[in-house]
Design a protein around this ligand. Structure first.
Ligand SMILES: NC(=O)C1=CN([C@@H]2O[C@H](COP(=O)(O)OP(=O)(O)OC[C@H]3O[C@@H](n4cnc5c(N)ncnc54)[C@H](OP(=O)(O)O)[C@@H]3O)[C@@H](O)[C@H]2O)C=CC1
Ligand SMILES: O=C1O[C@H](COP(=O)(O)O)[C@@H](O)[C@H](O)[C@H]1O
Length: 516
């Protein structure tokens, strides 16, 4: 490593990156743009190659044209068809094959050897599976059968979520993959772990003397994690109707954020130390004992026709490739308890949904009231202190405190101390996929989920899914463009709490909006 290079800017070693599913949505919107950003920032070694793999026929020129359009549309760096882009595109090749056909892999092997020779790549190979999970086992098997493995360098398998459909299918999948790859060669992506502010949770907690002493059930009243989306299911109705919000977001992104908030400080910042602490949280989640417990603590919803910002929005059941009688949840909210010394009795409220009013991911830590409120009887009720971590799309943190209203004799009002990171860094903050591809290529598995984390998360989620399967009532309905079923608000009200308003999209109004 060069002296002035930090780990963050360290170049990846020379390698071939295989994108299985290269004609798909994820590759187009996230992966190719991420590779281009890494290239532009000098984080990719010069001796790299990318091989796109899918069934559709493509000439090399057509494939490079696809890459160009994907970057133009979705990358934070813009490009033109100039010399610089041509030089980049020369590193890309395409291979049409069916994952289930081993002969295609043998041809891929020949193509790879030629590429490695051309770019002087020392046999390092990263296989990114941007595919439906049903194909993960076949790819692993055929990579081995087709002679693609043990090429003299390292080999890594990067797998998209969802990892399975439930614990049982995840175990089967894991077994298939583990016949070919070792656990330390498997990088299970949860792109929320690649987000700047999710990684920042760790720093906010463990690098600030005034948060960590308060980070427990003696001082925290509840924690609210919201992941709201304005989009519906778009073109992914076929997949989503089978998965639903619980499997699509709950089992992975929501529980991963919860682990980052709730974990104990690791003694060292090594990948396994952090992952050990995270899995302890997942194992401490209080399982819902039966269907009644699920009903008491979990709300599921599905959007019906509604509107947002003057635009009429269709019902979920009328979306493309969705069963018109579907009972799939597009929203879920749960009251979760982490049964350990630190968190006993503190409810974590987690919610996510499609077609909510704003696109936002926020974590709100609500602190308990003052032990002896000397301001009782004053005109204004003391508001609880809040620490809010804004993950997405605005990034930052704010702290809400009580202060004397300027100029008044005794009036107290809440005041927000706001740090808006995205206002400062703007669009140049790296995308989650950039960080994660960079990490995987450098062999850093910290922000990837280990098998025991995945399994524990499924164990927790399976009980909810099973209770829903047996419950004929189906999901509550909420109008598209609203904040979800009112039952979710009632659940907090039972505990004497309410949802804190999340930051809107109004960027001009972010800093002091709590005071309005
Ligand atoms: N899209 C997103 O925003 C996100 C996606 N994911 C996950 O990423 C994965 C991919 O998703 P997405 O890109 O949306 O899916 P798409 O359906 O858009 O793409 C699937 C890809 O798989 C290829 N494919 C399908 N069957 C075969 C086969 N038998 N042999 C070779 N290639 C095949 C398709 O190409 P062809 O038809 O040419 O063969 C296509 O390139 C999924 O696991 C999904 O859950 C996770 C988070 C977000
Ligand atoms: O994994 C997924 O995440 C996206 C939301 O990701 P974000 O980074 O845009 O917040 C979600 O739309 C999709 O359904 C899900 O599969």
């Amino acid at each position: 490593m060069a002296e002035n290079q930090s780990l963050e800017t360290l170049q990846t070693p020379g390698a071939v990156f295989f994108i299985f599913g290269a004609t798909g949505d994820l590759a187009k919107r996230k992966l190719f743009p991420a590779i281009y950003s890494l290239y532009r920032e000098g984080k990719l070694a010069e001796n790299f190659a990318v091989v796109g793999v899918a069934r559709r026929p493509r000439t090399q020129d057509e494939f490079r044209e696809d890459i160009f359009h994907s970057i133009q549309e979705f990358c934070r760096y813009k490009t033109e068809k100039n010399e610089e882009f041509q030089a980049f595109a020369q590193h890309f090749e395409y291979k049409s094959l069916d994952i289930n056909n081993v002969d295609g892999f043998r041809e891929l092997h020949e193509q790879t050897l030629a590429l490695e020779e051309k770019f002087h790549i020392p046999g390092n190979r990263m296989f990114y599976l941007a595919l439906a999970p049903e194909l993960f086992g076949s790819v692993s098997f055929n990579l081995k059968e087709g002679g693609m493995l043990d090429a003299g360098g390292w080999q890594r398998l990067v797998i998209e979520k969802p990892f399975g459909y439930d614990l049982k299918s995840a175990e089967e999948l894991n077994e298939q993959i583990r016949q070919v790859f070792k656990e330390e060669e498997i990088y299970r992506i949860d792109h929320y772990l690649g987000k700047e502010m999710v990684q920042n949770i760790e720093v906010i907690r463990f690098a600030n003397a005034f948060f960590e002493p308060l980070w427990n059930n003696k001082h925290i009243a509840n924690i609210q994690i919201t992941l709201g989306e304005t989009v519906g299911v778009e073109e992914r109705g076929g997949y989503y109707d089978h998965a639903g919000a619980l499997r699509d977001m709950g089992q992975n992104h929501m529980l991963q954020m919860l682990t980052m908030v709730a974990m104990e400080p690791p003694s060292r910042l090594l990948p396994e130390d952090i992952r050990d602490e995270k899995v302890k949280v997942l194992r401490s989640l209080r399982p819902y004992a039966n269907g009644d417990e699920v009903k008491k603590n979990v709300v599921r919803g599905q959007y019906v026709q509604g509107s947002s910002r003057g635009r009429d929005l269709p019902a979920y059941r009328d979306e493309d490739k969705v069963d018109p009688n579907s009972n799939t949840e597009t929203y879920f909210m749960a009251r979760v308890f982490v049964d350990n010394f630190r968190w006993a009795g503190v409810p974590f409220y987690i919610r996510t949904g499609k077609r909510l009013p704003v696109k936002t991911t926020e974590i709100v830590v609500e602190f308990q009231g003052m032990p002896n409120n000397v301001y009782l009887g004053q005109k204004h009720k003391l508001e609880p202190n809040l620490l809010v971590i804004r993950v997405n799309p605005m990034e930052g943190i704010y702290v809400k405190i009580n202060a004397k209203k300027p100029g008044s004799e005794s009036e107290i009002e809440p005041l927000a101390m706001d740090f808006c990171q995205s206002c400062m860094v703007g669009i140049n903050s790296p995308e989650a996929y950039e960080r994660l591809l960079h990490d995987a290529a450098r062999g850093d598995s910290t922000y990837f989920t280990r098998w025991d984390e995945v399994a524990s998360a499924w164990s927790f989620v399976d009980r909810i899914a099973e209770a829903w399967r047996q419950d004929a009532e189906g999901p509550c309905h909420y109008p598209a463009g609203s904040w979800g079923p009112k039952e979710a608000d009632q659940l907090l009200a039972e505990d004497g709490f309410h949802w804190w308003p999340v930051n809107g999209q109004d960027e001009d109004n972010v800093v002091w909006q709590l005071n309005k």
